[in-house]
Design a protein around this ligand. Structure first.
Ligand code: NAG
Length: 293
């Protein structure tokens, strides 16, 4: 009897505990040039509204890309994107963070286009100390070519969270204590690019890009960057522990965020390396951490 009485209390406590998490600060829209510069094929980037909105263009000669001016150790990075519509099979649009050295860290969003009316795929990956092979693939619950949606990364010492709008679609917790490297001492730049990848992106290269549908256009706005800016060689963030993303409520997802994450996992997952026992006979350690406990 006595133990029954404790149940509601425990339940309430766990609710309170799991509601510590919080939604990242709302991104602020700034012009492209505030945070970014073109990287290659400059004439394939079109600037509208004084750079408030930018189009990347892919044709059969070249794709294009841009990168952040600064390098960052931790923070919140987001982009509003409207992806290539219509027949976009073979076309890949990427938005990612990466350090520049050989044993690099990387946090990736990659959108793989598809034939008209077929769903594109969002692939995410995390590289730590040069090791990747942590692909997850999902379908989205909307058509990403119809409207702008916000794709963002929250990166602190505790976790890396991938958000689509306000929905966390993936979390990679710091599992250093389990022997898994976690990005913490290599500043990353933010990159985006649009290119042709019909050698691998479409069902292993089966579908080819239809160049009669070119040019392919991906549209961007937002360009929000809120990070600890560091020199490329820095080993730590000068304001470590003091920024909003370091605080308690951003050290884990909250109950609602876990429910949303589970909804994505249940309804939209195509592939998750964490559940691929052929490839990983033993569960990669970080996968034990990526859920509510
Ligand atoms: C394209 O659509 C087909 C059919 O629905 C699907 O099997 C495939 O995963 C989709 N994505 C890519 C990149 O091929």
């Amino acid at each position: 009897m006595a133990s029954n009485l404790h149940l509601p209390l425990l339940f309430l406590l766990s609710m309170a505990y799991s509601s510590l998490g919080a939604v990242p600060k709302k991104p602020m829209d700034v012009p492209f040039g505030r945070n970014y510069v073109p990287t290659w094929a400059f004439d394939h980037i079109k600037y509208n509204n004084g750079g408030a909105q930018v189009d990347l263009v892919l044709d059969k000669y070249t794709g294009t890309g841009f990168q952040s001016k600064g390098s960052y150790l931790f923070g919140h990075f987001s982009m509003s994107m409207k992806l290539v519509g219509g027949d976009s099979a073979g076309v890949v649009t990427a938005f990612y963070l990466s350090s520049q050295n050989s044993e690099h860290d990387e946090i990736d969003f990659e959108f793989l286009g598809n034939r008209t009316g077929q769903p594109p795929i969002l692939q995410t990956n995390v590289f730590t100390g040069g090791k990747g092979d942590r692909e997850q693939r999902i379908y989205l619950w909307f058509d990403p070519s119809k409207d702008y949606h916000t794709y963002s990364v929250l990166w602190n010492l505790y976790m890396i969270v991938f958000f689509v709008d306000d929905v966390p679609i993936r979390v990679f917790k710091n599992s250093k204590d389990l022997g898994v490297k976690f990005p913490f001492d290599q500043p990353m730049k933010i990159y985006s690019s649009l290119w042709n990848a019909d050698d691998w992106a479409t069902r292993g290269g089966l579908e080819k890009t239809d160049w009669s549908k070119a040019p392919f256009v991906a549209s961007y706005k937002g360009f929000h960057v809120d990070g600890c800016e560091s020199s490329v060689q820095a080993k730590f963030c000068a304001t470590q522990g003091k920024r909003w993303w370091d605080q308690k409520e951003f050290q884990d997802l909250d109950g609602l965020q876990y429910r949303r994450l589970n909804w994505v996992r249940k309804k939209y997952t195509i592939y998750n390396y964490c559940t691929d026992r052929k490839r990983y006979p033993t569960l990669p350690p970080e996968c034990k951490r990526d859920r509510d406990i």
